[in-house]
Design a protein around this ligand. Structure first.
Ligand SMILES: [Zn+2]
Length: 482
């Protein structure tokens, strides 16, 4: 135990996480699970904007992690606050690890109002012995073990990394009609997951991590702030959508205190000479996006080399494909300079302003892709045209911008429509509105929808108000379907 303590103190370096990557494409390569692809869920609508909740749902975890065996024992308490206007006779619990065979084994599910529960795929319906009224709180206790799958992705392990994203049961948001916003993963013909399907509301997270064995050089990257305990580490993340980790005993760690924001880079040992450039690009991106979209007041952000071929944003952490980092050539004509700002823009469009990533993925992906151009315009204006040619026009770049992940059907179509045609749409919108109202609208959109789950209607309203003299819906009509 002494060794463990020393080890943990040594690792005050510990960091945090977020989600997206691609060698040249941004691809969520989730590998097939236990289930065949399910049909698209019934449409759910996005809730009306509500005031910032005074009290968030709280997730408390005790995790005992066995890095070598890729397993964890977890006890979890959810203190759920009914922030809706609906009386809730039941709660939904989404269990993402159940999308993978033999991964999640539940040994206890209890609660102060629990009358029973039914399980169906990744969803558990908790029946309450009396409805949870608006403003009321209920506690749910869950114990389970995780056998993390060996797979490429943000939930899985490889020989040199273990990634924990979307790893625990959570209660999804409610729509304005009072239905749970919960979708199924979509696997394409190559058995990869298209886009992201999980929708989270803002919550608070606390996790105590203990390791079952001492491993030299083990580093834990996380989106959360870490404090050493007598026998482990305590992670705390407030007003976030999830709590993720990326762990490796082969990381090289470097950090930069940038005007009060701790930026941490976790790369593999052979990439150590890339870390300074990553910290530099990230500091520029965080400065620019704070200026354009408004400050986030984050304490820290982690940039992690992912042992797979895609990129992923998470709360306070981004995973960048190790190949993107390998191919960095100290110029800005490079995927690292494109994709690192993209993933960091998701701290605004995904984390701060949430959206239904399955049904309206353009609200984070289109905006993150366009943020890349804003980055080039500011720091490498001579390469703006290069960005258009290399990032957009060199690839298929058509299709309905507000495709759902189910409409797009494949990752290629999803990318062509939501990301690439999406950037063309944003530029058209900007030229139509003119620069100043467009930039003002971006900032207002973030401010008005912070901590919420925004919809197309929210976006449209803000952009129309920013320039009432132009026909904004006409621009939408050229790129969107109703
Ligand atoms: Zn993205």
């Amino acid at each position: 135990m002494k060794r463990l303590l020393a080890f943990f103190i040594l690792l005050s370096l510990i960091v945090s996480g977020c989600n997206h990557a691609e060698p040249a494409v941004e691809l969520s390569t989730e590998i097939a699970a236990t289930e065949t692809p399910l049909p698209p869920p019934t449409a759910t609508s996005t809730p009306e904007p509500t005031p910032v909740p005074e009290k968030n749902t709280h997730y408390q975890f005790e995790m005992e992690l066995d890095y070598s065996r890729h397993s964890a024992q977890v006890t979890q308490t959810i203190n759920y606050v009914n922030k809706s206007n609906f009386s809730l006779p039941e709660l939904m619990l989404v269990v993402p690890p159940r999308a993978f065979l033999n991964t999640y084994e539940q040994t206890e599910l209890n609660g102060d109002r629990l009358a029973g529960f039914t399980e169906d795929g990744i969803r558990t319906t908790i029946h309450l012995n009396q409805p949870l009224e608006p403003g009321q709180l209920t506690s749910i206790n869950i114990s389970y073990s995780l056998s993390i799958p060996q797979r490429e992705g943000s939930f899985g392990w490889s020989q040199r990394q273990l990634n924990l994203n979307d790893w625990h049961p959570f209660i999804p948001p409610l729509s304005s009609e009072g239905s749970w916003i919960s979708h199924d993963p979509l696997f394409d013909s190559a058995n990869l997951v298209v886009g992201e399907y999980i929708v989270n509301e803002i919550a608070d997270f606390d996790l105590t991590l203990r390791l079952v064995e001492f491993l030299p050089n083990l580093l834990v990257a996380s989106g959360a702030k870490a404090e050493p305990l007598a026998d482990g580490m305590q992670y705390s993340l407030k007003k976030a959508r999830e709590l993720s980790f990326s762990i490796s005993n082969q990381f090289h760690h470097e950090q930069l205190d940038h005007n009060g924001l701790l930026i941490q880079a976790y790369v593999f040992q052979h990439q150590r000479d890339r870390a300074p450039a990553m910290l530099q690009i990230a500091s520029q991106a965080m400065d620019l996006f704070s200026e354009i979209y408004g400050p986030l007041n984050l304490d820290q952000i982690s940039l992690v080399s992912a042992d797979f071929l895609h990129n992923m944003e998470m709360d306070g952490l981004v995973l960048i494909s190790n190949r993107v980092i390998d191919f960095y050539d100290n110029t800005a004509e490079n995927n690292l300079t494109i994709l690192l700002p993209h993933e960091l823009a998701h701290q605004w469009f995904y984390s701060r302003v949430g959206n239904d990533q399955a049904m309206e993925p353009w609200l984070d992906e289109t905006l993150a892709t366009y943020s890349e151009l804003l980055f080039y315009e500011r720091y490498h204006p001579e390469l703006s045209e290069w960005w258009w040619d290399n990032r957009i026009y060199a690839h298929p770049h058509s299709g309905t911008v507000n495709n759902s992940i189910y409409d797009a059907g494949s990752y290629d179509n999803y990318r062509a429509s939501v990301y690439l045609n999406g950037a063309i749409f944003m530029h058209d919108l900007r030229l139509t509105m003119s620069d100043q109202p467009f930039m003002a609208a971006l900032k207002t959109y973030v401010a008005e929808n912070a901590y919420q789950i925004a919809s197309k209607a929210d976006f449209l309203q803000v952009f129309q108000a920013a320039n009432p003299n132009v026909d904004i819906p006409a621009v939408f009509t050229r790129y969107f379907k109703d």
